[in-house]
Design a protein around this ligand. Structure first.
Ligand SMILES: [Zn+2]
Ligand SMILES: [Zn+2]
Length: 475
């Protein structure tokens, strides 16, 4: 059974915000569970579907409470403004008790923001199938990977006969009160004890982001310890420091990886405009097995992301990707495609930057470094490193590529010859004039480009979001 099939026969946890996604006027509450189950069954998911409905249940009519509980939907009372945080907290707890493969569904209009940020990071560590449903505001955060985003009303139109029934359960989150009949539940909600408790100690309205503390350098897990490591290095954001021997970049990185227990083969591609890099550095990089990719500055990030995508196609997980870039580390839109890939497969992510990002990146990292301190590792151990890199293996020289013309070569002479060739000059001039007018807006263009790409992935089956052609999939 493949991992995919396994996920389809295991549990499907559903967390439903009844205020955001209410039962429509005149709709029989007993139809909610069969509708949700039908939607999953239609897509081949056959596991049990525990559903919990959240909201201020003092506002829910008795016949709705009865209809839900008679079909086995757990009804949970919480204050309206804490529904989101309580629901999320319960989902995080459920994940702890139900390891993947399993499926998660969130029915809410408020997934965007800190919730989707934290969920995207959780999903990079433990991957669940994720389904969303909304009534008026779909989650538009591009970095969150999900299998389908259903419209609530449309979902309710699906229906299945003969729904299983199970014992009714009612919870009060404020008092931790549990009962099994509507009458007792109503009685509790109108009791002095409950009213007092809700006034004194209501559930927390702030969402607790559980991944906020996950920013350390972790030792390698066994499956990643010997896996490949691919490094994408933006030399604009993180240049070689003045006077620093460029040949030491690779050994410095490898040493930092080894300190955490990573010993897999390391490939490095450096992205820069060749005009900004002196020949001795190009030679030093190439001689230490670092590939150099000439790119005009305004397409650096595009090229890095494209290379990342190509690399993941050729190198299935487990493997590690390292991004050396301030901009990719701090921009959610630029890192969106990487982030989505990390939620799909078991890739590890390392980051390095010249300045610590103001906010914790949406990319879940296993290690992060400040660029200068990463390189300084080798300054204090220079002789050891040189000995190490010399004695351990013969380093193959790195390719020099021009990404404008898609040209590769192995020697600096050939590279220089290409860069002064008519073909290259023509391509360069064309790109220059094309981008000059838009140069000021390049950042905006780039963001727009990623928005488009993440929302409408190219029709390559490999990258296509699963189930994206379902009816009810949001535009
Ligand atoms: Zn209560
Ligand atoms: Zn060229």
């Amino acid at each position: 059974m493949s991992g995919n099939d396994a996920a389809k026969t295991t549990k499907i946890g559903v967390w439903w915000d009844m205020k955001d996604c209410p039962i429509p006027e005149g709709y029989d509450a007993r139809r909610v569970r069969p509708s949700i189950e039908k939607a999953f069954r239609k897509r081949g998911y056959t596991g049990p579907v525990p559903i919990t409905a959240y909201g201020d249940q003092t506002q829910t009519p008795c016949h709705v409470l009865r209809g839900l509980s008679s079909t086995g939907v757990a009804v949970t009372h919480t204050t309206s403004d804490s529904t989101r945080s309580v629901m999320y907290g319960d989902m995080v707890e459920w994940r702890g008790q139900n390891p993947p493969p399993a499926t998660i569904m969130i029915i809410s209009d408020q997934v965007e923001g800190d919730l989707s940020w934290d969920l995207a990071r959780l999903q990079q560590r433990t991957r669940y199938k994720l389904f969303l449903a909304y009534s008026s505001k779909p989650c538009d955060d591009l970095f969150l990977n999900y299998n389908a985003n259903w419209r609530w009303e449309k979902l309710l139109k699906e229906e299945e006969e003969g729904a299983p029934t199970s014992a009714a359960v009612f919870y009060c989150k404020t008092c931790n009160f549990i009962c099994q009949c509507v009458e007792n539940f109503r009685k509790h909600l109108s009791s002095d004890e409950h009213v007092l408790e809700e006034a004194i100690d209501p559930p927390d309205t702030r969402l607790s982001c559980v991944t906020k503390t996950w920013g350390r350098n972790y030792p390698a897990t066994p499956e990643h310890a010997t896996a490949k490591i691919h490094v994408l290095w933006d030399m604009d954001d993180c240049p070689i420091p003045e006077g620093y021997d460029a040949r030491l970049v690779r050994p410095s990185l490898e040493r930092a990886f080894k300190e955490l227990g990573y010993s897999g083969p390391v490939s490095i591609t450096a992205f820069a405009d060749h005009k900004d890099i002196p020949d001795h550095q190009l030679l030093a990089l190439s001689s230490s097995g670092v590939e150099f990719a000439h790119t005009p500055p305004w397409v650096h990030y595009n090229r890095m992301i494209t290379e990342f995508e190509e690399w993941t196609e050729d190198n299935p997980a487990p493997a590690t990707i390292m991004i050396i870039s301030d901009y990719v580390a701090s921009s959610e839109s630029t890192s969106a495609l990487i982030c989505i890939q990390l939620q799909k497969s078991n890739y590890n992510c390392f980051l390095a930057y010249s300045a610590r990002p103001f906010e914790l990146p949406v990319l879940l990292t296993s290690a992060e470094w400040l660029w200068e301190s990463l390189l300084a590792v080798s300054k204090t151990n220079r002789h050891i490193l040189q000995k190490c890199s010399g004695s351990e293996r013969v380093v193959e020289s790195g390719m020099l590529s021009c990404l404008l013309c898609i040209f590769d070569c192995e020697t600096l002479d050939e590279f220089k010859e290409h860069l002064s060739s008519k073909e290259h000059t023509k391509e360069d001039n064309m790109m220059n004039s094309h981008f000059q007018s838009a140069h000021v807006h390049r950042r905006l263009n780039k963001i727009a480009n990623y928005y488009h790409k993440a929302r409408y992935p190219p029709p390559k089956t490999k990258r296509k979001r699963e189930d994206s052609t379902l009816e009810g999939f949001s535009p």
